[in-house]
Design a protein around this ligand. Sequence first.
Ligand code: PEP
Ligand code: MG
Length: 291
Amino acid sequence: AKAALHHYRDLQPRTRDGRAIEVVANLGALNEIPLARDAGAMGVGLFRTELLFMQQRTLPTEDEQAAVYRQLAEAFHPYPVIIRTLDIGGDKPVAGIDFPREENPFLGWRGVRMCLDRPEIFKPQLRALLRAATVGNVRVMIPMISELEEVRRVRALITQCEAELRAEGTACAAFELGIMVETPAAVLQADALAAEVAFFSIGTNDLTQYVMATDRANARIASLYRTEHPAVMTAIEMTCHAAQRAGIWVGVCGEAASNLDLLPRFIEMGVTELSMSPAAILAAKKRICEL
Ligand code: PEP
Ligand code: MG
């Protein structure tokens, strides 16, 4: 079976009616690159930058971050790599960021909310991304978006960072900016959001948690935590339709992207990119080719 799956490694998967689907990897560290390449990843759909911040006793510097993002981009060039800006909250402490105690950290000061309040943390990351973008295949996405104003404020910060880099004479390049759709608020405003970004990536892990009001890590209520629940599937479909109306592409980067029963439904809704852990890639490619 392993040899049969290997056949799909270097193959661009297409459904039998000819739809090409990008199958890409979710990664959290550079040492996972060989695994993803061996599995036939056609790029990276989600690079979680949290680990970079959690591993050290101090915040990673702009230079350190630029080196990591550049290495990632070079390893997959010319395939695209989508790097997600810092998505962290009070549930995962980071040395160098002072998180308050919160009753509900998953509904709290996290992800883009924290980053926008802490430009001294966020700007070095944006500057590092602009510098790495000279490789040519870097895309950036913002997690936990719940209103349009957040996208606009991030874009304004990027513009400011780019102007500063150019004034300093530091090499940098623009990148495509997308957002994660993982809150019900983003789904309900998907038309307005789609008009302002280059792509959507649906984070089914959090979207399931927030649509179902069900903690993704609480075993007691795990039976309610179902991405295949009609409420969640409707939210995903609404997001896909909004993307189509605006003419932008939409991907899925939560665990459900590699669910062999759900991925046909995502493709039917218009999803063209599926991002998953490297171990799931070959089986997903095979499944797509059989559809
Ligand atoms: C998600 O929420 O689906 C997602 C991909 O992001 P994370 O699991 O890192 O929250
Ligand atoms: Mg998430």
